[in-house]
Design a binder for this molecule. Structure first.
Ligand code: DP6
Length: 326
């Protein structure tokens, strides 16, 4: 009997970022990171291992991906086969509930969902920690998408010690993110290649690792105290330092577009006018605003002259992974 397992994983946005590996094969990061899982954006993936198949078949939103175009996923399925003893090829159907080409960290929710559905379909029954470790091998940020709310990924020093765990879930205070979805342009460089170049060439990299450790300690405290301003301030500074690494790489690169800078300026102006909001950015042009839901209307109004209403998506803290057997 072929067993089909479906998993749903939400994306997460890092407040203290992961930007660099110390072991690319095991996907061990240079520093720990802390994120917020979001309710609005998720990936749903079903996996079934079927001995009748000749090769892995991977569908994205009902389209079969040509063989050779999904090697990152088939390699990940190989890892699951290796860990479980399962030998059959798999059929994978995945749907991203993220606005098209918004670039909102779909590898985080994508590999977390694939790890959960794939491991269970292969006959493994992993604990949340084991699942987080497995998801890490697909994409670093996926390590955190196993859990809901505020999540910390411990950098660790080997496969067993590098995993995420919940810091605060559920979140019983008012914090949310508004994603400002900007015109998709071709990424100058993938996050995997970008962070590798930074580690290899930025003269500031060791300073980043040092400040990231400090940011982690301060962020844990801010979350514990439910202090939106502290969370926002630490996240904003941390994000800009990550982007400063990119500017200091050789060759330099950045993910900003003119609209990115406009959105940052709107946040800064709002703050100058007494609205407590902060921004963070990942490996793409989109800006995520960290704020309280009580300020949603004021923030929307300030963005209105520059961006269309459908470019602003309000996301609340989201849940951890769910797994169902079909
Ligand atoms: C800027 O997890 O996409 O979003 O591990 O190479 O797949 P790989 O990279 P990825 O990098 C995410 C980087 C980030 C920061 C973060 O999520 O912590």
């Amino acid at each position: 009997m072929v067993k089909t397992v479906i998993a749903k994983a939400h994306t997460n946005i890092a407040l203290v970022k992961y930007w660099g590996k110390k072991d690319a094969r095991l996907m061990l990061p240079q520093n720990g990171s802390i994120s917020l899982t979001l309710d609005h954006f998720y990936t749903q993936t079903s996996v079934a291992f079927d001995p009748k198949l000749k090769n892995d078949q991977i569908y994205f939103d009902d389209h079969l991906i040509p063989a050779g175009k999904a090697t990152r996923m088939t390699k990940f399925l190989d890892l699951i086969r290796q860990q479980s003893g399962q030998t059959a090829p798999a059929i994978v159907k995945t749907a991203n509930h993220v606005p098209t080409s918004a670039g909102l960290a779909s590898s985080a929710s994508g590999f977390a969902a694939l790890a959960a559905a794939g491991s269970r379909a292969a006959g493994l029954n992993l604990s949340p920690t084991e699942l987080s470790r497995l998801a890490r091998r697909g994409s670093g940020s996926a390590t955190r998408s196993v859990f809901g709310g505020f999540v910390e990924w411990h950098a660790g020093h080997d496969d067993a010690s590098s995993y995420a765990e919940p810091l605060q879930d559920p979140i019983d205070w008012d914090i949310q993110m508004i994603a400002v979805v900007l015109q998709a342009t071709k990424k100058p460089i993938s996050s995997t290649a970008g962070m590798a170049r930074v580690v290899a060439t930025s003269p500031y990299y060791s300073a980043w690792v040092k400040t990231a450790h400090r940011d982690l300690a301060r962020m844990r405290k801010a979350i514990l105290k439910k202090d939106l301003n502290a969370v926002g301030r630490i996240a904003e500074t941390n994000a800009m330092r990550m982007h400063a690494l990119n500017l200091s790489a050789d060759p330099a690169f950045n993910y900003f577009t003119p609209d990115t800078l406009t959105a940052i300026k709107v946040v800064q102006d709002l703050r100058a006018n007494g609205i407590n909001c902060y921004y963070t950015l990942d490996a793409g042009p989109n800006v995520k605003i960290i704020c309280a839901s009580t300020d949603t209307a004021a923030i929307m109004a300030a963005f209105k002259p520059y961006f269309a209403a459908d470019q602003l998506i309000v996301a609340k803290p989201g849940p951890g992974i769910t797994i169902t057997e079909a």
